[in-house]
Structure formats: structure tokens, C-alpha cells
Design a protein around this ligand. Structure first.
Ligand SMILES: Nc1ncnc2c1ncn2[C@@H]1O[C@H](COP(=O)(O)OP(=O)(O)OP(=O)(O)O)[C@@H](O)[C@H]1O
Ligand SMILES: [Mg+2]
Length: 496
């Protein structure tokens, strides 16, 4: 049975049309993958269903009845539940409070019925594989991956007929993603209609029944999964052939730029030593919790209590300021918390570090700075209505490019990229790989931390594999294979 049909939906924001004549549908017991590059309009279309935005024109038909979805509450009452791309949990409240926010269980006298609420929360946590988390735990004490699963638990608490998942797997590791996909399959068995947004095509081929593709706000088509190869999906999404995803690797120069000796941060990193050459891409692999992110922080001077040494061009790094002065840039994996100020413009975000550098004692000429910003927008192909648009309104992938641009215009000598392509579509990935390649050609070194093995294998000259805060192995050239990385990462090889 058809649960939902959207007909000829259009949507404009301030006279800019972002959706043009989109058709979409989902049936009972069906998983539909909604695909498209960054900025294609996927989240916007789903926010219309969630009552966050109203369409400019078009029809929404739910189980045969035309509806106008007024607001998020109304959407919920129509049995639609959404997991938004950006997190919406309140950090200072507990898991249970977040899940039942605004609809707390009460006892006869209007008192909150904590016992029931916690029991229901525990049940929901069990469904998403988080049985070890207490309903009382604060969100701020949960990891990013756990928060994602809690968002899913919350969505399940609405007993929806239609469940929208906007990139639920972007922050999950392989094991958690696997759990998520299995959960989706079991919800489908129970008759739920699921709309699944992801940039990982393996996930699509694994669970989706049908694929709907948007490109640049246009409806490209709908096709059953058995009629599609991955290549077909990619060409529908980007409108061009992407056979050369990775550029040819450039050769590192002989000069050494970074020297790390016996680096130790208590409880986080143990005796890490390695060197990096000018123009080298050094990949860092490892499972969640292996110390990859901690390594990036330590190199950037963020741990005051570190032992051992980190030397950039002979200079000991002891603070972030020292790191920046020595030419190190750090692009973190959490663009919302660390990388960007969402309610400032693209222009302001791009120029944040620049301001710090040049504004001392001087007035900044808006004309000069705005041509700098425009230049980066062009160079990185950032899709934005203009440099004065709020960063928070750009699509996820384009936000990531702003973070990159912000650091690149500081002329770093070593750039640390922590999961630079997370949540980014394949076209934008190719662009980021091209940017990394161009940087190395200019003699800039890149430390590429990634949980995507094809990306490491395709980009890095050499790969360090971390496990429990140590470098468990180093792989170069032919030796570098997915199997070997995985073995080292899981502690399977100690002396090979
Ligand atoms: N509130 C808003 N105001 C103005 N423009 C917006 C708003 N929300 C989205 N847009 C614009 O609409 C277009 C589509 O954005 P949307 O977030 O739907 O893309 P997406 O397909 O979800 O991309 P991603 O894969 O990066 O998440 C983008 O150009 C974006 O800048
Ligand atoms: Mg989106």
C-alpha cells in the first residue's frame, strides 16, 4: 500500500528555488533511498514532510488523503518521524528526558512518572543496541555515535508509519552501521515505510528497495535497486562519469617536515613515533577509540600534559598557537562544535583566521577580503547563494568545504584532515581529493585521518594503523591492503 506520495513539489527560500517539481513516494514495508549530491535538496524535501518547511507549491498525499503539514507536531501526529541530519539533542538533559521531551509520562497528579519513562527509555535503547547506557546518563557524556543512535531511539518512540533518516550512518563505525541497517530491515518487516538518505552506496545496495535521485533541486528519477549498478547511481547523481575518483599520487619530497618522537598522552597515546616528508600524504587508519583523533589533537598542541616530542620544521609544538605559527592546520571531524560558527556568513567563517592575523591595528578593507572569500568559494566550488549567506543554511558537504577553505587560506605547511569527507557526496569527495592532490604538489604535507579504507588506499603514500593509542603498523605501497589495515587495527598482528 502506498503510504505517501509527493507530487510536483517546489520550494524557494528568498526567491532562490531549491526544489523544482519533485515527485516522491514510499510504500508500506519499503525502504527508499533518497540520493543526490550535497545541496541537491534531499534534506529540504524531507523537512517539508517533517513540517519544518512549507512547500511553495505541490501536493502531499498521505494514505490517499491530501494534507497540508503545518508544523513538526502536526507531522508527528500524522505518524511521520524524522531523524534530522544535524543533532537536536539537548546536551544537559538525560537520555530519557531527551527522548520524551515535551511529552513526559505523568502520574494522576500531573507528576512526572520517572519510573515508566526510564523503563520505556531502556526498552528503546535496547532496540538500537545501547542497552549499556543508562536512561539517566547526560547526553553530554555520550559519544557522537551514541548520540546518533539515541536520535534513532527517539524517532522510534513515536511509533511512526513513515520514518525519515537523514544520513543516520554518517557518524557511525562499521559495526554500528551494520546494527543500524539490520534495525532498518526489521522495521521494514513490521510494515514501516523508511526514507533513507546516505552518501554510502554500499548501504543503499544492501537495504534499499528503490532509489530516488535528485540533482540540483531537480527530480532525476526513481528506479528499483535490482536494475541499478553503483555506477548507474553515481552517474544519475552527478550527471557525469566518475571513474577516476582518486587523482594520481604525487611523490613526497626528501625534506622532512614533521618529527614525532615517543609521544605519550596519558590514557590516550602511547609511544607514538613517526616522521613526515614534505608533500607527503600520510594516512592514519584505526577503529573508533584507537586514538586517531587524539593524535591529531596532540600534534596540534592541544594536550598540555603530553610527553615526548612533536617537532614541526625543527620547532617543538607545545600549544595550538605554536602549532599555527609553525604552519600546522587542523580540520576537525566535528564541524558543528569546533569548525564553524553556523550563524555567521560564509564570508565571516572563511576569514575568521585571516582576521586574527591581519586585523591587529588595522582596518580591514571589505573589498579585499570579499574578493578573497569569493576566490575560495570558486576554488573549492562551494555551493552558496553568496558569500554573505549563513553557513548554517548550506548543505552539509558545502559546510565542510568552508572549514577547509578557512584553514587553507592560512597557507599551512602541514594540514591535518580528520574525516574530511564524512557526510560528503561522491562528487564533492572527488573535488576534495583533487584539492589534497594539488596541496601535495605545492609541497604541503597532509595527515589524512579516515575511517574509509578506499580513501586511505587511494590517497595516502603511506598508512599508519592505530590500535589502543599505539601505532600498530605501518604500510606502504603494495603492502597496503584493506585486510592488512584491518588486521593491525583490530590488534590481530603484532610483529608481521
Ligand atoms: N533555510 C534555508 N534557507 C536558505 N537556503 C536553504 C535553506 N535550507 C537549505 N537551503 C539551500 O537549499 C539547497 C538544498 O539544501 P539541502 O540541505 O536540502 O541539501 P542536501 O541534499 O540535504 O545536501 P547534503 O547532502 O549536503 O546534506 C542548498 O543550496 C541550501 O543552501
Ligand atoms: Mg542534507
Amino acid at each position: 500500500m502506498e503510504l505517501l506520495r509527493m507530487k510536483n513539489i517546489t520550494k524557494s527560500f528568498n526567491h532562490i528555488q531549491v526544489l523544482r517539481g519533485i515527485n516522491f513516494s514510499v510504500n508500506e514495508g519499503e525502504i527508499v533511498a533518497l540520493l543526490g549530491e550535497n545541496g541537491a535538496g534531499k534534506s529540504t524535501l524531507m523537512k517539508i514532510l517533517a513540517g519544518v518547511h512549507q512547500p511553495t507549491s505541490g501536493q502531499i498525499i498521505l494514505e490517499g488523503q491530501e494534507v497540508e503539514i503545518q508544523n513538526p507536531k502536526h507531522s508527528q501526529s500524522l505518524n511521520i518521524s524524522i531523524i534530522h541530519q544535524e543533532f537536536n539533542l539537548l546536551k544537559d538533559l538525560s537520555v530519557a528526558e531527551n527522548i520524551f521531551l515535551g511529552r513526559e509520562w505523568t502520574k494522576t497528579k500531573g507528576l512526572i512518572d520517572w519510573k515508566t519513562m526510564k523503563k520505556e527509555t531502556a526498552k528503546l535503547l535496547g532496540k538500537v543496541g545501547l542497552e549499556f547506557i543508562s536512561p539517566d546518563q547526560l547526553i553530554s557524556e555520550c559519544s557522537i555515535a551514541q548520540r546518533q543512535l539515541i536520535e534513532i531511539a527517539k524517532a522510534l518512540s513515536f511509533e511512526a508509519k513513515i520514518l525519515i533518516m537523514d544520513e543516520p550512518s554518517a557518524t557511525l563505525n562499521n559495526a554500528d552501521t551494520d546494527k543500524l541497517l539490520r534495525l532498518m530491515e526489521s522495521l521494514k518487516e513490521q510494515g514501516m515505510g523508511i526514507i533513507f538518505i546516505t552518501h554510502r552506496l554500499e548501504e543503499v545496495t544492501r537495504v534499499a528497495d528503490r532509489v530516488v535521485v535528485l540533482r540540483d533541486g531537480e527530480y532525476i528519477g526513481s528506479e528499483y535497486i535490482e536494475n541499478l549498478t553503483k555506477e548507474d547511481m553515481v552517474s544519475m547523481m552527478v550527471g557525469r562519469d566518475l571513474s577516476n575518483l582518486f587523482p594520481e599520487k604525487s611523490k613526497p619530497q626528501t625534506e622532512e617536515v614533521l618529527e614525532v618522537n615517543d609521544l605519550l598522552v596519558k590514557g590516550k597515546l602511547h609511544h607514538v613515533s613517526f616522521r613526515m616528508k614534505k608533500g607527503e600524504v600520510l594516512g592514519v587508519a584505526g577503529l573508533m577509540g584507537s586514538g586517531k583523533t587524539e593524535l591529531s589533537k596532540a600534534l596540534f598542541g592541544l594536550y598540555a600534559n603530553k610527553q615526548g616530542s612533536v617537532k614541526m620544521l625543527g620547532k617543538e609544538i607545545v600549544s595550538p598557537k605554536g602549532a599555527i605559527d609553525a604552519g600546522i592546520a587542523l580540520v576537525t571531524d566535528d564541524r558543528k562544535d569546533e569548525g564553524l560558527i553556523l550563524d555567521l556568513s560564509v564570508f565571516e567563517n572563511l576569514l575568521l583566521p585571516f582576521y586574527r592575523r591581519v586585523s591587529q591595528g588595522g582596518v580591514i578593507k571589505r573589498k579585499v577580503t570579499s574578493s578573497i572569500a569569493d576566490n575560495w568559494i570558486k576554488k573549492l566550488k562551494i555551493k552558496t547563494p553568496g558569500s554573505d549567506a549563513e553557513v548554517g543554511q548550506l548543505s552539509g558537504g558545502n559546510q565542510q568545504k568552508v572549514v577547509l577553505g578557512k584553514w587553507l587560506q592560512m597557507d599551512p605547511k602541514l594540514i591535518i584532515l580528520n574525516e574530511p569527507t564524512r557526510g560528503i557526496d561522491i562528487g564533492a569527495k572527488q573535488e576534495i581529493y583533487r584539492i589534497v592532490h594539488d596541496l601535495t604538489e605545492q609541497g604541503i604535507s597532509v595527515l589524512l585521518i579516515s575511517s574509509e579504507m578506499p580513501e586511505l588506499l587511494g590517497m595516502a603514500n603511506r598508512i599508519l594503523v592505530m590500535n589502543e593509542g599505539e601505532v600498530a603498523g605501518e604500510l606502504t605501497g603494495e603492502e597496503a591492503t584493506q585486510e592488512r589495515i584491518f588486521k593491525y587495527a583490530s590488534g590481530g598482528v603484532t610483529n608481521a
